[in-house]
Design a protein around this ligand. Structure first.
Ligand SMILES: O=C(O)c1cc(=O)[nH]c(=O)n1[C@@H]1O[C@H](COP(=O)(O)O)[C@@H](O)[C@H]1O
Length: 270
């Protein structure tokens, strides 16, 4: 799915929710945990219960890679189970010298046919370009992240312009691509900066993690982040997929996803 199709899905479904499949095996419900294909079974049930209330799924690859071959297989099966009406994100946060980035791009755009992948921009243009070369795929570059450590570097003031480093990252990276192939991560916990971010990149989609478990406000994010195409994908992982530790985990995930979707509909004004 490309950005235009994502915009169409948001119009149809009237929400901009991304469900994060951060499937931590230590948190699986007891009745599933011992099953040989537990991670996939869990994801399948979550997808069945939430797909009518979201437009996207994000698989944080760390939760799969940490399980070795079995985890990788569960990631692949999950990706193929996600309906083609939903935008898929490999949250892998890659980026390396050019020929290595090309291999990462091949991994997450071809071998695993995700629609998008998250990329860390720290190594500069040649580390991001190999991802942008793919037509109809989307590169999601870290702009201003949701964690406490974002203060360490992203808020450093640049001497020449007195802007923050993250602002320079947004300005420069945006010139490497288009709103059709480039999104940016902006943490929901950084809502006070969203107006600034929107000034720098009015048209790019923002992937906004940090509502739910990290305490970001969906209302604030929507107020400052929405643009004419919605332009937002707001992710919640733990708050949805681990809404209940019991046998009703999928049902409860569906309820929470629906609540987010309904709140989003009110902000879209449709
Ligand atoms: O790139 C991301 O998705 C990301 C960037 C960021 O700044 N903060 C952040 O939390 N994330 C991811 O978003 C998800 C948040 O999960 P929850 O806090 O459980 O909703 C995790 O997969 C994080 O790795």
């Amino acid at each position: 799915m490309n950005i235009q199709q994502l915009i169409e899905q948001i119009r149809q479904k009237k929400n901009y929710l991304c469900v994060g499949l951060d499937t931590d095996i230590t948190k699986l419900p007891a009745h599933l945990a011992a099953r040989p294909d537990a991670v996939f079974e869990f994801n399948k049930a979550i997808i069945d219960a939430t797909k009518d209330h979201c437009v996207s799924y994000k698989l944080n690859t760390a939760f799969y890679e940490s399980q070795g071959l079995k985890g990788w297989e569960a990631m692949e099966k999950t990706l193929h189970y996600i309906p083609s009406t939903h935008f898929t994100i490999a949250d892998a946060k890659r980026g390396d010298i050019g020929n290595t980035s090309s291999q990462y791009a091949k991994t997450f755009f071809e071998v695993l046919p995700f629609d998008s992948v998250t990329v860390a921009p720290y190594m500069g243009e040649d580390s991001v370009r190999p991802f942008l070369e793919y037509e109809n795929k989307v590169t999601i570059v870290l702009g201003l992240t949701s964690n406490k450590g974002s203060n360490d570097f992203q808020y450093l003031k640049l001497e020449q312009s007195s802007t923050y480093l993250f602002e320079e990252v947004l300005t420069k990276v945006a010139s490497w691509g288009t709103p059709g192939n480039l999104m940016f991560v902006a943490g929901a916990t950084q809502a006070s900066q969203l107006a600034t971010i929107r000034n720098i990149i009015p048209d790019n989609f923002l992937l906004v993690p940090g509502v739910g478990a990290q305490g970001g406000s969906l209302e604030e994010v929507s107020k400052y982040g929405l643009n004419k195409n919605a332009g937002l994908l707001v992710n919640a992982s733990r708050a949805i997929i681990f809404a209940s530790p019991g046998e009703d985990f999928a049902e409860k995930a569906g309820v929470v996803a629906k609540e987010y979707a309904e709140e989003m509909r009110s902000y879209l004004g449709v």
